[in-house]
Structure formats: structure tokens, C-alpha cells
Design a protein around this ligand. Sequence first.
Ligand code: MG
Length: 248
Amino acid sequence: MIFIKSAAELEAMRLSGALLARIADKIRGKIAVGISTEEIDKIAEGLILQAGAVPAFKGYGGFPANICASINEEVVHGIPSRDRLLKDGDLLKIDVGISLNGYFSDCAFTIALGRVDAGRRRLLETTKRALEAGIAAAVVNNHLTDISWAIQSYVEAQGFSVVRDFVGHGIGRSMHEAPEVPNFGEPRQGPLLKEGMVLAIEPMVNRGTWEVRIQENGWTAVTRDKQESAHFEHTVAITSGGPEILTK
Ligand code: MG
């Protein structure tokens, strides 16, 4: 069942999303060559707790950190580590979620460190635009998979592939609610989008094959061909005035 948020719930989600956007900006500002992904996690934890919010990822299904930090061929769910130092040319994905007053928000971004090659830059830009294309399709009376198709068709036209094993999701009083929001699929399928739905839309785009495997830590997804991956995510409300990005 897809929850429709009331005006009051949407207002609470706006506050949660706006706070997460500010936190994500601050995290982004601290990212630099030479620091470890564990340091970024500590910074994130401090920012979230200081703001009176709760880190949504920590302990979720046993996840050990406040953020996911995935580098290069790591797609999602990278575990921050003191041994993972950021290097010149890395493509880093940060995924972070919070709850504020019981309402969740979720976002992710990719950052290119230092001198990143043109292929990696194009992958990053394509993924950012794929998210924009998905958001543009998140309008009342579209079908759910119009979002999916907008993302897949854009990405594949650029010569990249979309990950199938992980999808976006509804979000609200839980981090993961119905419906699943795939980044692939034929248009005009699935439920009609209605005012008051809130979705985390999150294309994961690979340079080579869309196939991934899970590392031995049980969490981190990496591309099967070890080529790079990029990820952007926003929490988006469907309103009568069009899609409203809550985490911007
Ligand atoms: Mg998400």
C-alpha cells in the first residue's frame, strides 16, 4: 500500500528533507583527497546529531555506519573505513539518510576527486541528468514506471547501463515504503502517481555492464566488470504543482 501524505506530514517531510540537504552540502564541502571514508562518516554523524536528527542508516539491517561511501566500481552500500583514503581521480558516492521528528529523507550524490578522466565525468553528469529526467516524470497521473523509463532510456542513449538489483522507494515514516521505484522498465506500468506520494528516486548508473555482485562483507555492491558506477538520489514529493525535490 502506498501512503498518501497529508499536508501536515508533507510539511514535516519538507523539514526533514531541507535539513538533509544542508547536511549533504556540508559533507560535500569536507570531501578531499587524502581523507578516509571513516572521517567523512564521523563528520556526517556529528552534523546529523547536532541538528537533532537521527542517522537513518546506522543499524539499519545491521549496517555499521551513518553513510554509505562507495568508490569507483563500488555501486552502493560501501562501508566507511579508516583504510579507505580518497585518491586523486576517484569517483566517490555518498548516500545519507536521516529521520527528523519521525520523518525520513534520503539522498545521494557522486563527487569527482581531483583530476578525474573524461569518461568518469561523463558518467557522473549522465547520472545526475538521469535523476533529473526521472524527477521530471514524477507527476500526477503518470504511471510509476514512467519514472523508470525516463531514467533507463536517457542512460542507455548515452551508452551507459542502469543497475537492476537496487531500486528507489517510497519514503515517509519509514525509510523504505511501497512502492519500489525501479530505474528500468517499460513506461505506463504500475500504479498511477498521486498527489501526496513521496518517492526516493535514485538511479545507479554503470559505465559497463549493469550486473553487480555483493562483496564478502555482505553489503557492498560492486560492478561485475569492475568498471565505475555513479549514483544520485533525491527525496521527491508529488504535488499538484509538479515534483517537489525535498532534499534540494
Ligand atoms: Mg534510497
